[in-house]
Design a binder for this molecule. Structure first.
Ligand SMILES: NC(=O)C1=CN([C@@H]2O[C@H](COP(=O)(O)OP(=O)(O)OC[C@H]3O[C@@H](n4cnc5c(N)ncnc54)[C@H](O)[C@@H]3O)[C@@H](O)[C@H]2O)C=CC1
Ligand SMILES: O=C(CO)COP(=O)(O)O
Length: 359
């Protein structure tokens, strides 16, 4: 990248996409020596209350569907065409549910600047038939041919948007980007720490979504905080072990950054994936296991937002199965099987009780 002012595009506009657009919109104004002050935000177009969501955002400066009651800075412009949104951008902030990443990148591919920098805020893996599971940052990087950093942390979007203090972890292999990334994301209430372990940070972000479902399952079953703490601890042990085998790297320090234990705790208490775990148990009590329908629960509870945990559980399961490691990760495997209705959620406590960590 050159020293001229950088143009920023946010690719995505859900709950977190809109919250980060608020921060980035304000920060480019505060650092107008470094950044162009207009920020394009790619919005997957839909009709809300009879109007296009992009028109509502551009006139009311509020994403009424995904982040209601939070005003976005007026320099954040909603754009329904991803090619127009990313054209001429030097910095591309990816914040879409991970299942839409590949198709979105393929649309952008021919139109982005070759020296653009990507930053992925996406928590998940991408499962392909040929290569198994891959890091989202790697898919972005390889599809677009650009360097890609990541930002993950204990960052429940509505709390961040309401300016409640939190920390986050940014990882970037090229340390020279640190001042740029800090200027773009840091605020008095959103404290950024920049480290180098991109893959480790990203693995934490993906894995904790699955453990969050487990926390919700024990809530739904009526257990208390001690049981949830056991889910968090055993979940953390499996997250660390999975990261070691999947990445071939045993850097445990990453788990003590915001993207690690802190995000796990935040998700297990206040995340959408926790809500899902609880809803699965309630739904099972009402309708029996056969009546549990995750996509229906997503529609009823989130009204357009998405639960990433069940997809990520499936991605992890596929990796573990291919590598004959299912028995070594009973908690992650049980959560996948509960989501796919193969296992009754009431058996989850047996999984905790008989966990290999206790042997
Ligand atoms: N919401 C949160 O508190 C946080 C979310 N994240 C992560 O951020 C990522 C994005 O999540 P959110 O912003 O919360 O989204 P969301 O779950 O609130 O909303 C779903 C988004 O997907 C879009 N969409 C639907 N179909 C699409 C398609 N075919 N192509 C492209 N987009 C489509 C919708 O328009 C909407 O913007 C996820 O990986 C999530 O794990 C990370 C930190 C916090
Ligand atoms: O990643 C998150 C908080 O850091 C949000 O988690 P949920 O998707 O479970 O709400």
């Amino acid at each position: 990248m050159t020293d001229v002012k950088k143009r920023v595009c946010v690719v995505g506009s859900g709950n977190w996409g809109s919250a980060i657009a608020k921060i980035v919109g304000n920060n480019v104004l505060a650092h107008d020596d470094m950044f162009e002050t207009e920020v394009f935000m790619y919005v997957y177009e839909e009709i809300v209350n009879g109007q296009k969501l992009t028109d509502i955002i551009n006139s009311e400066h509020e994403n009424v569907k995904y982040l209601p009651e939070i005003k976005l800075p007026a320099n954040v412009i909603a754009v329904p065409d991803v090619v127009k949104a990313c054209n001429d951008a030097d910095i591309l902030i990816f914040v879409l549910p991970h299942q839409f990443v590949k198709e979105t990148c393929l649309k952008m591919k021919q139109f982005i600047k070759p020296n653009a920098l990507g930053i992925s805020l996406i928590k998940g893996f991408i499962l392909t038939e040929s290569d198994g599971i891959q890091l989202v940052s790697k898919v972005i990087s390889e599809t677009l041919g650009i360097e890609t950093a990541v930002l993950m942390g204990a960052n429940l979007a509505t709390e961040v948007a309401s300016e409640m203090f939190c920390e986050t972890t940014i990882a970037c292999e090229n340390e020279s980007y640190k001042p740029l990334l800090t200027a773009l994301f840091e605020t008095s209430y959103f404290r950024c720490k920049v480290i180098k372990n991109v893959a480790g940070v990203e693995a934490c972000g993906a894995l904790k979504n699955v453990v969050g479902i487990g926390a919700g399952i024990v809530d739904g079953l009526g257990y208390g905080d001690n049981t949830k703490a056991a889910v968090i601890r055993l979940g953390l042990m499996e997250m660390m072990k999975f990261t070691k085998v999947f990445l071939g790297n045993d850097d445990k320090s990453v788990f003590f950054e915001s993207c690690g234990v802190a995000d796990l705790v935040a998700t297990c208490h206040g995340g959408r994936n926790r809500l899902l775990g609880e809803a699965v148990v309630k739904s099972m009590k009402k309708r029996g296991i056969a009546g549990v329908d995750i996509r229906l629960l997503e529609k009823e509870i989130l009204r357009g937002q998405s639960f990433q945990g069940p997809l990520i559980a499936k991605e992890i399961y596929s990796y573990l199965k291919d590598n004959s490691m299912l028995e070594q990760f009973p908690l992650l495997v049980a959560i996948h099987r509960i989501c796919t209705r193969e296992v009754d959620p009431r058996n989850f406590i047996d999984c905790l009780r008989d966990h290999p960590e206790h042997m």
